[in-house]
Design a protein. Structure first.
Length: 309
């Protein structure tokens, strides 16, 4: 990919997090604890992961014209992110995510997009030069789909590599998938995109081939504690992660994506980049919260050095 600039296009949310022993059933009330409000959104989480990992990064996103939106913009800037393309949208609220975390560190999330809906193709037009001049564009699916497609098309026209984390899970048109260079679904998202239920490495290989057939050169299916199924041009293998005691998995995938692209932009080989991303995600799951759990570069390097000693 070559050393260069990263652009993240995506969502910003205020996360309202409540820990519960087990998820409530319909009609059931459960007692929770450790309620807190944290800054999140898949786009922002991935931007923070890249910024703290050392990327030269700008972030195209929207917040509401409210106090929490301004606080989020200041926090993003402190995470080494160029926030000039992050606008406060008049008469809109910052996006909100309501999150339950159970005793097994699994999570359930409901989202109100808020100002994220304002990231339209017209909004994107104001910042298209950011994508034109970038080496890589990283996106997710909490922004309007037409904007994701428009950004991918612009990136392809100007030889900017497109990395798509297809989350939250949904079906996607082949017109978008054909513009993607690297895709990073989890098992659920891979099944949604391919129709292949991923419960084994053979399943992962079949799902990856479906995505290769749609024009995507590199497929990474994240398998949680089992690591990542990495398939390049149809050649697949498992790249194991690190064993840690998980506390909260909310931003694990986002941390993986942001760190992965940062490492690739530093010309690291793919296996090395995946290992770097695994390390960042492993640190994140040992901490509570979304962006609060994302490690800095020196922490990742120290973790890897400890693993190798």
């Amino acid at each position: 990919m070559g050393k260069g600039k990263l652009v993240v296009l995506g969502s910003i949310n205020a996360d309202h997090i409540l820990n519960v022993r087990q998820f409530p059933q319909p009609g059931e009330t459960v007692i929770g604890s450790q309620y807190n409000v944290a800054f999140g959104g898949k786009g922002a989480n991935q931007a923070v992961a890249a910024g703290r990992s050392g990327a030269d990064i700008s972030f195209i996103a929207c917040v509401g014209s409210d106090d929490i939106g301004e606080r989020i913009r200041k926090q993003l800037a402190s995470d080494h992110i160029d926030t000039r393309p992050v606008e406060a949208i008049a008469d809109m609220t910052t996006g909100v995510a309501l999150i339950f975390v159970n005793a097994e560190a699994e999570n359930m999330i409901g989202i109100d997009a808020g100002a994220n809906k304002a990231l339209t193709p017209a909004y994107l037009d104001r910042y298209q030069q950011q994508i034109v001049e970038a080496s890589a564009l990283l996106m997710q699916l909490e922004s309007p789909l037409e904007s994701v497609i428009a950004a991918a098309r612009l990136a392809r026209q100007h030889n900017t590599q497109v990395i798509l984390n297809p989350a939250p899970a949904c079906e996607l048109p082949d017109t978008l998938l054909s513009l993607v260079d690297i895709i990073t679904p989890n098992e659920t998202e891979a099944e949604k995109l391919t129709g292949v239920k991923v419960t084994s490495e053979d399943d992962a290989a079949r799902a990856a081939q479906v995505l290769h057939d749609k024009g995507i050169a590199t497929v990474m299916i994240t398998l949680g504690s089992k690591g990542v199924w990495l398939s390049q041009q149809g050649q697949g293998k498992n790249v194991p992660g690190f064993k840690v005691r998980a506390v909260d998995t909310i931003a694990a995938g986002d941390t993986f994506n942001g760190a992965l692209v940062t490492a690739l932009l530093e010309d690291k080989p793919m296996d090395t980049a995946v290992r770097f991303a695994h390390a960042a995600a492993a640190i994140a799951v040992t901490r509570a919260g979304a962006q609060a759990s994302v490690p800095w570069r020196h922490e990742i390097d120290d973790f890897l050095a400890h693993q190798e000693s």
